[in-house]
Design a protein around this ligand. Structure first.
Ligand SMILES: *Cc1c(COP(=O)(O)O)cnc(C)c1O
Length: 249
């Protein structure tokens, strides 16, 4: 596997490195600005670098430039890349759709699964965490736009599900995650983020102060999400540029 990676991923030019560092600086400025507009503090918003299709050398530049977290979408890609990363698993979150039969592959490589989208997955994850002797942090993914193409809990169902999931022995429920609906327009996105904020506050009311993470906002919509209370923005293309799916798999 190591040799495949070395062949597939090319080196990073100093130009590319500079570009990544500058993009991260600009992002931080925009996050700070949006936080201020939302009456919030910049330091209450974490910046995650989403690594799908990006080779480990470029990911490590983002780490060096100070991103807090990495977000991984695919179990296979995580397994191929994570030993090259210059960070501990405490700074890696799983954010993609997770099949139960892949849990074993990721359980010791990430500190949080943000994309828990069913009771079935939650209990399977808790069971594997128990076998591994760990407590896995998790967020519940909400299908806020009620899109057929997306998985996740419905806005109406997520609080009841959270009660059941919080009771699982080897999971620590930390909050909610969402991906805004595809191209439904700015006003609609803003309403969705506003609804997420209400759900997040309701969840914290119900489950207590261990609920501290509202993961929402990507390259195209993170400022709106930050104004609506996001504590974690997940940025891919805004850090690494357009994705090249040919080399990423
Ligand atoms: C790809 C991805 C992102 C980042 O998207 P960009 O538009 O590249 O910023 C964030 N969250 C999830 C779940 C993703 O799959």
């Amino acid at each position: 596997m190591v040799s495949i990676i070395r062949k597939t991923y090319s080196g990073v030019s100093s130009e590319q490195e500079k570009e990544i560092r500058e993009r991260i600086l600009r992002l931080r400025e925009r996050i700070a600005q949006a936080a201020e507009e939302g009456g919030r503090k910049e330091e209450d918003v974490s910046l995650m670098a989403v690594t799908k299709t990006v080779d480990p050398e470029r990911v490590n530049i983002a780490l060096d430039a100070g991103v807090s977290l990495l977000g991984e979408n695919r179990a296979q890609e995580l397994m191929e890349k994570n030993s090259f990363y210059t960070c501990e698993k405490s700074r890696i979150h799983f954010i993609g759709h997770l099949q139960s039969n892949k849990i074993r592959d990721i359980i010791n490589r990430v500190s949080c699964v943000e994309s828990v989208d069913s009771l079935h997955l939650a209990s399977a994850l808790s069971a594997q965490a128990e076998k591994a002797g760990i407590i896995m942090h998790c967020l519940l993914e909400v299908n806020i736009g009620q899109e057929e193409s997306k998985s996740g809990f419905s806005p109406e169902g997520v609080l009841d599900a959270a009660g059941e999931i919080a009771a699982l022995p080897n999971l620590s429920l930390r909050g909610l995650m969402t991906v805004a609906p595809a191209s439904a327009g700015q006003n609609h996105d803003d309403r969705c983020f506003g609804r997420m904020q209400e759900l997040f506050l309701a969840l914290r009311e119900k489950e207590g102060s261990g609920i501290d993470t509202l993961s929402m906002g990507m390259t195209g919509d993170f400022e709106m999400a930050v104004r609506r209370g996001s504590t974690l923005v997940r940025i891919g293309q805004g850090i690494f540029g357009a994705r090249n799916y040919r080399t990423g798999g």
